[in-house]
Design a protein around this ligand. Structure first.
Ligand SMILES: Nc1ncnc2c1ncn2[C@@H]1O[C@H](COP(=O)(O)OP(=O)(O)OP(=O)(O)O)[C@@H](O)[C@H]1O
Length: 364
């Protein structure tokens, strides 16, 4: 999409992918069957937000971020960063983005400060301006105490934060964080989350890939779940959770509930057969959370059943993820071009075609 095509709608869009496709030749010789790494990825990241790309191994996360980082040219589709077409003007886009994972290894013998200053100088800042920027980033990423120590003495978490500082130093329109906390302990992960959150509050836009559902839940304003090169679902964590049928409504009735009547009441508002937990408690899967609870209480009231308590347990993002990717697994067919895409050994099955469940999830 061109920079001026739809100014009102694109003004707050930092990144847009439309129909991005990529196939690779598999096998050591590169002559094996084609692997559909990306089969038409659409993605919109709003400025000033964190967008998480979530997916299992081999889903296509890295291939997607490589396309955005101009490290890989898609076979078809478009990638537009802040109004600039990444396929037409990759050099310009490279100046607009920061990519994590590229800076921390600059030189372990240099201090954190010296490393960052060097990165800023590589971006064209004069030495004094580069030093000022490096000091500011070090403070922002909570590395002040370690700033003048050789980087090789840094912990894993400190290296990641220095790496993030390198990705941020040129004030990019978009920062790509490819699995920023993989391998960190819980404390390191939490610190990383805090600094990412602070940077986003200050206006940075982040495209994040992660396999940690907890991370997407904690950081992301929006989540796109991809699997086998296809978008399976998208929305906020809350919206995604709301799409699963796995909320459980539990009601407790006074006295010894009349089995048949309570069961019938719950069957009216829930999905599938209600389950009797104990003599006074029943549960049923629902889609509509608290509304289903209210409806159940009303139905019970109408039948003269005294409801003591009604609770709804919402699904976790893990439930959503497993449902989405599990469904893809069980509804598999040949890929769009008829090729299986598991030649490389890290996919367990062939490409799934969109199914009814996907349509439902896509509506979120
Ligand atoms: N250069 C390549 N040559 C052949 N196949 C590739 C190449 N790069 C990626 N693939 C394949 O494309 C698919 C998507 O890979 P990708 O690395 O994007 O997945 P991912 O979601 O990042 O996975 P992970 O979480 O394991 O890093 C996989 O089947 C992968 O094996």
């Amino acid at each position: 999409m061109g920079r001026h095509a739809m100014p009102e709608q694109t003004a707050d869009v930092a990144l847009r992918l439309d129909g991005v496709c990529k196939t690779f030749r598999s096998g050591v010789t590169g002559r094996g069957p084609r692997v559909n790494a990306l089969s038409g990825i659409d993605l919109t990241v709003r400025s000033g937000t964190v967008h998480a790309l979530l997916g299992p191994n081999g889903a296509g996360k890295t291939t997607t971020v490589r396309a955005v980082a101009t490290l890989m040219r898609p076979d078809s589709g478009s990638v537009v960063v802040d109004g600039v077409d990444a396929l037409a003007e990759p050099d310009r886009v490279r100046e607009m983005i920061g990519v994590s994972g590229q800076y921390a290894a600059v030189d372990g013998n240099l201090t954190g400060f010296e490393n960052l200053r060097m990165v800023a100088q590589l971006y064209g800042h004069r030495r004094r301006a580069a030093a000022k920027r490096a000091r500011a980033m070090i403070a922002d990423l909570r590395l002040t105490d370690a700033a003048d120590r050789p980087m090789r003495t840094y912990s894993g978490g400190m290296r990641r934060r220095l790496d993030l500082a390198g990705a941020l130093i040129n004030e990019p329109s978009l920062v790509i964080l490819d699995e920023p906390t993989t391998g960190l302990d819980p404390r390191g992960r939490r610190q990383m989350w805090e600094v990412i959150t602070e940077q986003v509050a200050a206006g940075t836009t982040v495209l994040l890939t992660t396999q940690y559902l907890e991370e997407a839940d904690a950081l992301a304003d929006e989540i796109t779940v991809i699997d086998r090169g296809t978008v399976r679902a998208r929305g906020t964590a809350a919206e995604l959770k709301a799409t699963t049928a796995q909320s459980i409504l539990t009601i407790e009735v006074a006295g010894d509930g009349d089995d048949a009547r309570v069961g019938a009441a719950l069957a009216e508002v829930g999905l599938g057969a209600p389950h009797r937990v104990d003599s006074r408690t029943w549960s049923v899967a629902v889609t509509d959370g608290s509304r289903s609870a209210v409806a159940a209480v009303r139905v019970c009231d109408g039948l003269g059943i005294d409801v003591v308590d009604a609770t709804v347990s919402t699904p976790t993002l893990d439930d959503v993820f497993l449902e989405i990717t599990g469904r893809a697994e069980s509804s598999t067919a040949s890929g769009p071009d008829g090729n299986g895409d598991d030649e490389n050994g890290d996919d367990e099955g062939p490409t799934a075609t969109p199914d009814r469940g996907t349509e439902r999830l896509e509506r979120v």
